[in-house]
Design a protein around this ligand. Structure first.
Ligand code: ADP
Ligand code: MG
Length: 762
């Protein structure tokens, strides 16, 4: 048993989960797998491990030796929950430990171990039976991160094997227990999935008291939500009765910006502010979306100060109360001791104000919150399905998340939630739920990650929501083609390096091999460019066609004028295109690279885009993604990038040896997408078929196997009008072989296939 302090015992008694201890333990004892649903703050994370511990799990010499493992999707939660448990467990405090990547506080006597789901996945790779554990709790399963889904899939199999082994005669193996915990009732993907669990696991629902929360939508949805949050917090603090404030923002940058503004207004005594100088290293920590702050979405400090001045002069109310604000940030890169402050009672007469990422949505319950200010935003890894690129973007949360966030105001009494978005935006732009990450992410990347965890049979893998097996097989084929898998479908050394990049395998491969001849900055730019999509305006979009019905019709002066104008624009357009074709007149990839390099150095970005017929939005996005990728590559392989440790963030134009290398690097990433010029193929049927095409340069697509496609309709493709190959001058030869980015079927009735080339191969 555990001896706890009086205070702890009292606070435990108030938790809904504690009053259900008997029922919960009974179900757990009688079932290999149990699903536990209970609202945030009902005591799941802090109490269930203690029930298990007191029931004898985790102790040597009992029926269930082996640790109690609890996984969390976020590092902050793993560490702070372990710390809370230490406090609660009084004399048994030293039986609680935690492990996050490269930071472990576990000892031989650790009986309850908190960890990130990534840590347990890595342990599974070396100890598939999890022999050191008697029970595993997968917490926050409702978040449906890829790691959680894969973890549950693997654990469902471990349960089976451990159960079978325990039946063998003379066996010392004990069965493993699995507890899946969720803050919502959406658990059918786990419970009703027969591939996952042959027998549906029982679901325990914990009813929690929840005080009413009044929700206030904003009249208008502002774009500068950090400023609006500031105003809202000021108003609450100045006018409303006591009670803690919880603010939801998306990341460290915004949180620090808001805190510094609030501090100036309300925190007269300057407490030491923690300014992190952490350099995130992909080797040392698993990247969480909220960690990724590349400075591009944070206003610089000076600007925000100027704005603050304007605001406070226009709104007299701001910052006038004499009550001090106990201001605390909460995000993953904050040192643990700072994170834990949110649980301590604020100094007397202070109002608590926690400014947090969405870790405070369901993972961490902060006591004493009465007001929630919800920006409605979250930083999320987003995936471009077509290109496979992942970037980190600030997005609207789901309605389910918005409900969770409001709920945080009603834990200790009736509360208020201020949403900084209008109800119209909520109705129109918010999804009902956040889709499971595995169904949003490009499948090739997930398969590569799974192979990297030594899961060889991905097609048979018991996913909670399985992707189509055809897609899984295609992904494996592509990975083999790229050299990430060997002939047995196991990951290769190259594949392991590729898996370090949170990118589609094609781009991961380009970046992995991109170090030669100092090409990496160029490869990064190209990857960014290919992901965002072409920034070039197309010729046909230049001007409205003239309304001339008949060629011979006599044109009015106005029409003549327009015609002249159009002619001029077209000429300017072609001159502009030529500008970027100097590096390599036959390579679309190098044209793209030239324009990105030129954009970086251009002074007036808008003027630059106008002058060269570019889509400004696409150019900006490419530039933003380029910076993100640079940071990710730097954190993965600082050495690969550095020439004498210095890295050129602004690439100048590549030299000719580099141009050659770039062509090869790009070809390596798309090696399964090659095409040969039609007239080089000695096939009568192709020649016959090609006659049907009146104009355009024609290529024959080579299938992944290296054979020509058998179906003629699918293999003959006309070079897309946007390609530089169409702009060749009479002296230039059309390349024999090309690597292409994609094939597009014309939407009209003609059923033609167009090929979008990347680069010639020679
Ligand atoms: P759940 O996992 O169901 O969301 P938790 O077990 O995390 O619930 O939280 C139960 C209670 O414990 C909450 O009221 C929360 O405020 C409190 N709590 C959690 N951590 C701490 C801490 N470090 N200090 C004080 N209270 C805490
Ligand atoms: Mg919890």
């Amino acid at each position: 048993t555990v001896t706890r302090t009086q205070e702890i015992e009292e606070s435990r008694m108030l938790l809904p989960v504690v009053s259900e201890e008997q029922r919960i333990m009974e179900v757990i004892n009688h079932n290999p797998c149990v699903v536990l649903c209970g609202q945030t703050g009902s005591g799941k994370t802090t109490q269930v491990p203690q029930f298990l511990y007191e029931a004898g799990y985790g102790s040597l010499g009992t029926d269930n030796p082996g640790m109690i493992g609890i996984t969390q999707p976020r590092r902050v939660a793993a560490v702070s929950m372990a710390s809370r448990l230490k406090t609660e467990m009084g004399d048994a405090a030293d039986r609680v430990g935690y492990q996050i990547r490269f930071d472990s506080a576990c000892q031989p006597e650790t009986a309850i171990k908190f960890m990130t789901d990534g840590v347990l996945l890595r342990e599974l790779a070396t100890d598939f039976l999890l022999t050191r554990y008697s029970v595993v709790i997968v917490d926050e399963a409702h978040e449906r991160s890829i790691n959680t889904d894969i973890l549950i899939g693997i654990l469902s199999r471990v349960l089976k094997v451990r159960a079978e082994m325990s039946q063998e005669e003379g066996s010392t193996t004990r069965p493993l227990k699995l507890i899946i915990m969720s803050a919502t009732l959406r658990v059918s993907d786990f419970v009703e999935n027969k591939t996952l669990f042959g027998v549906s696991p029982p679901v325990i629902k914990i009813d929690a008291r929840q005080f009413p929360v009044t929700t206030h939508f904003a009249k208008r949805t502002s774009l500068k939500y950090v400023d609006d949050v500031y105003k809202k917090v000021c108003k609450i603090h100045n006018k409303l009765p006591p009670g803690g404030i919880l603010v939801f923002l998306t990341g460290q940058g915004e949180i620090r910006q808001l805190c510094s503004k609030l501090k100036k207004s309300f925190c007269k005594t300057s407490s030491s502010e923690y300014t992190p100088k952490v350099r995130l290293s992909g080797r040392e920590v698993t990247l969480e979306a909220e960690d990724v702050d590349f400075g591009n979405d944070i206003q610089d400090e000076e600007n925000s100060e100027a704005e603050e001045f304007e605001e406070s002069s226009s709104d007299e109310m701001l910052g006038c109360t004499s009550q001090p604000l106990h201001l605390l940030p909460l995000y993953s890169l904050l040192p643990t001791s700072e994170q834990l402050k949110v649980f301590q009672a604020p100094p007397t007469d202070h109002r608590l104000c926690v400014v947090a990422t969405n870790v405070a949505e369901t993972s961490i319950t902060i006591p004493g919150i009465r007001y929630v200010v919800d920006s409605g935003k979250v930083k999320e890894k987003s995936y471009n399905r077509d290109t496979g690129v992942q970037s980190y973007d600030v997005k609207w949360i789901s309605r389910a998340s918005a409900e969770q966030r409001s709920g945080r105001a009603g834990r200790t009494g009736p509360g208020h939630c201020y949403r900084l978005y209008s109800s119209a935006v909520y109705e129109r732009d918010f999804n009902e739920f956040t889709m499971a990450e595995i169904n949003r992410a490009p499948i090739e990347g997930t398969v590569l990650q799974m192979k990297n965890m030594n899961i060889d049979q991905v097609v048979k893998f018991p996913f909670p929501t399985p992707p189509e097996s055809r897609h899984l097989r295609e992904a494996e084929e592509l990975l083999s083609c790229l050299g990430a898998l060997d002939s047995d479908g196991r990951i290769t050394e190259l594949g392991q390096s590729m898996a370090a990049f949170p990118l589609s395998p094609r781009f991961a491969k380009m970046l992995t091999i991109g170090g030669q001849h100092g090409c990496l900055p160029y490869v990064i730019s190209i990857v960014a460019g290919l992901s965002v999509g072409s920034p070039f305006l197309e010729e046909f979009s230049l001007a409205e066609p003239l309304d001339v019905e008949d060629e011979k019709q006599v044109l009015t002066n106005e029409q003549l004028c327009k015609k002249e104008q159009r002619k001029r624009r077209r000429k300017e357009f072609f001159v502009a295109q030529q500008q970027f074709m100097k590096l390599d007149p036959m390579s679309d990839v190098l044209k793209l690279l030239s324009v990105i390099c030129a954009f970086i150095y251009s002074q007036d970005k808008q003027e630059f885009c106008e002058k060269f017929f570019l889509r400004p939005k696409a150019m900006e996005e490419i530039d933003k993604l380029r910076k993100q990728l640079t940071e990710i590559v730097l954190s993965n392989s600082p050495v690969a990038l550095g020439r004498n440790g210095t890295y050129e963030k602004k690439p100048s134009l590549p030299k000719s040896v580099q141009i050659k290398a770039i062509r090869q690097i790009v070809a390596a990433g798309f090696s399964d997408q090659a095409a040969v010029r039609a007239d080089l193929v000695p096939s009568e049927s192709i020649k016959e078929f090609a006659k049907g095409f009146k104009k355009g340069i024609i290529y024959v697509v080579v299938a992944r196997s290296g054979q020509l496609e058998t179906c003629l309709e699918n293999c003959l493709a006309i070079v897309h009008s946007s390609s530089v190959i169409n702009c060749k001058t009479t002296r230039q030869a059309v390349p024999d072989y090309i690597i292409y980015q994609e094939l597009v079927r014309s939407s009209g009735g003609s059923d033609r296939v167009y090929i979008k080339p990347l680069t010639p191969i020679s």
